[in-house]
Design a binder for this molecule. Sequence first.
Ligand code: G3H
Ligand code: 13P
Ligand code: ZN
Length: 330
Amino acid sequence: MLVPGKILLDHAFANHYAVGAFNANNMEQVQAIIDAAAETQSPVFIQVSRGALKYSRMTYLRNIILAAAEEHPEIPVAMHLDHGNGLEIVKTAIDLGFTSVMIDGSLDETGKIPLSFEENLAVTKAVVDYAHPFGVSVEAELGTLGGIEDEVGSGQIHVTDPEQAVEFVKQAAVDSLAVAIGTSHGAFKFKEKCVLAHDVLEEIHRRILDMPLVMHGSSSVPDDLVALVNQYGGKMPNTKGVEIAQIQQAIPHGVAKVNVDTDGRIAITGAIRQFFAEHPEKFDPREYLAPARDALKNVVQLRMQQFGAAGNAPKIHQLTLNESKKFYDR
Ligand code: G3H
Ligand code: 13P
Ligand code: ZN
């Protein structure tokens, strides 16, 4: 069942777990995510980046996600735009029926130049004003993702300023706030070990107590999945992800949504590499896409359990049956 993102966020926040938000680009990924949610009875964000929308030519992915929600009416699913970079893409997503959008005003539309606090606030407010009348939830981002121990900058420049977070949510009626506490996208997040600014997260949570927080860049990049890729011809040295224990440490401090993409990409790649290495004579895509789908499902399922989301779908389902029906009929 398709539901507004806010319903998932608020339930997770109130019950001290985090909903997993998993990126998808194609049918197999959507099926893996919804199957994992169904098997663990978890609510879920299925999220689509701008790149994913472009790759899937807009309507394909949207229709596949709707098919997943239809196949599993008992699973509350938010269809979420990941890293929207302006009002235009947000409008497109809402036209497509997305129930949740992220406006990432931390960087400009090229994704390279940091926007000022005021610029971020302005674009975020415009998105909130546009999205809320449609019942669509809005996630904003303050601070920029990036390791706090890498060579760029002195450290603190990436991390969300708690003072600014207070001001930001006072002025923009967002439904969740993505914070930068040292995570980054991809498979190479840290040079040595996982270091997160838990103190900053805790301070932000203390100061904006009722705001669900979001962790991006939260793949844990497990050694066994990377080893499989490398065993079968891949070349991914020196990978480093976010320790699961550190995500679990963060969740009681307001983190209600945790984004995972890279772990799934690695799982899929390992499964396909292994298949081709063991069956060089095969050429039917279904034969290698099915184990890839299973590998992604296993990772997603595990994350849902680790984030505490498993078993929460029925509770939200009861809560939202009427509200979602209204939303669906709009
Ligand atoms: O935000 C990062 C997600 O992993 C999506 O990545 O823009 O390559 O689809 P993408
Ligand atoms: P990872 O690259 O750590 O999976 O992060 C994904 C993400 O934050 C998507 O928005
Ligand atoms: Zn992200």
